[in-house]
Design a protein around this ligand. Structure first.
Ligand code: NAD
Length: 247
């Protein structure tokens, strides 16, 4: 028996990286997963997970676009009648020191990383409220709390996610809906691979468990917060960073 048997889960940014890891673990635990991504490669990722026995569908969705999100939600509600879990994982970086950062680099990161939470949650929450059940989990970051050179836009967006999470949990608790965040540390993905090699090496050397995190590590962290058993955990940021920043 899987921990998520019978559950319908939306996972944004699932085409690769951490999102793909969450999709795999949730499928293994019996969830039916709707993977949302702006990239067409989401289709191939979903096919791979299907071949391993996963119950997964790919929906091409831009999480910053309310009509794109609404269409996907209506399709899922039409087919399954409910959405139990919403994982707001999609995110981007546009790193540059503030003196050189363009307004577009600032706006894009704020739009994808934080404005999207308004868009997706606005569409899904009414259905969770009606069902009197829900698990909403948002992707923050270790860099929301420790800061990082060249990431004023990214760190600000990820810190805003912690505030959003704490505030929303107060509104939704009465409907049996929990809202939490995960703050991953250094995790292997295309996002982290895009960093200079010396920064990657220095980052790993500062992790007490002696290795970079994997998307599957993160899948298990999200799984805990998404499970029915975590119903008394709400409004927290779960730090998963191999001990790099004990909180
Ligand atoms: P990634 O770049 O590998 O994957 C992000 C996914 O989000 C991609 O598939 C991308 O297409 C999708 N996406 C981007 N914009 C979108 C949009 N508008 N609509 C729909 N999908 C969109 O990144 P990752 O490393 O897997 O990171 C996943 C999340 O975890 C992000 O929110 C990131 O900020 C956070 N995070 C990552 C790390 C890390 O070390 N990798 C650390 C802390 C936090």
């Amino acid at each position: 028996m899987g921990k998520l048997d019978g559950q319908i889960a939306v996972i944004t940014g699932g085409a690769r990286g951490i999102g793909e890891g969450i999709c795999k673990i949730f499928c293994k635990e019996g969830a039916t997963v709707a993977m949302w991504d702006i990239l067409d490669e989401g289709e191939k990722t979903a096919d791979r997970i299907k071949k391993e026995g996963g119950n997964i569908i790919f929906q091409k969705v831009n999480v910053t676009d309310q009509s794109s999100v609404n269409i996907a939600v209506e399709k899922l509600i039409g087919e399954f009648g409910k959405i139990d879990i919403l994982i707001n994982n999609a995110g981007i970086i546009r790193d540059r020191s503030l003196l050189k950062m363009t307004r577009d680099e600032w706006d894009r990161v704020i739009d994808v990383n934080i404005n999207s939470l308004y868009v997706t949650t606005k569409a899904v929450l009414p259905h969770m409220k009606e069902a009197k059940y829900g698990r909403i989990i948002n992707a923050s970051s270790i860099n929301a709390f420790q800061g990082a050179f060249g990431q004023a836009n990214y760190s600000a967006s990820k810190a805003a996610i912690a505030g959003f999470t704490r505030a929303l949990c107060k509104e939704t608790g009465r409907y049996n809906i929990t809202v939490n965040a995960v703050a991953p540390g250094f995790i292997k993905s295309e996002m982290s691979d895009s960093m200079p090699e010396d920064i990657i090496k220095a980052g790993i050397s500062m992790i007490p468990v002696g290795r970079i995190g994997t998307p599957e590590d993160m899948g298990h962290v999200y799984l805990f917060l998404a499970s029915k058993e975590a119903g008394f955990v709400s409004g927290i940021v779960l730090h998963a960073n191999g001990g790099a920043m004990p909180m």
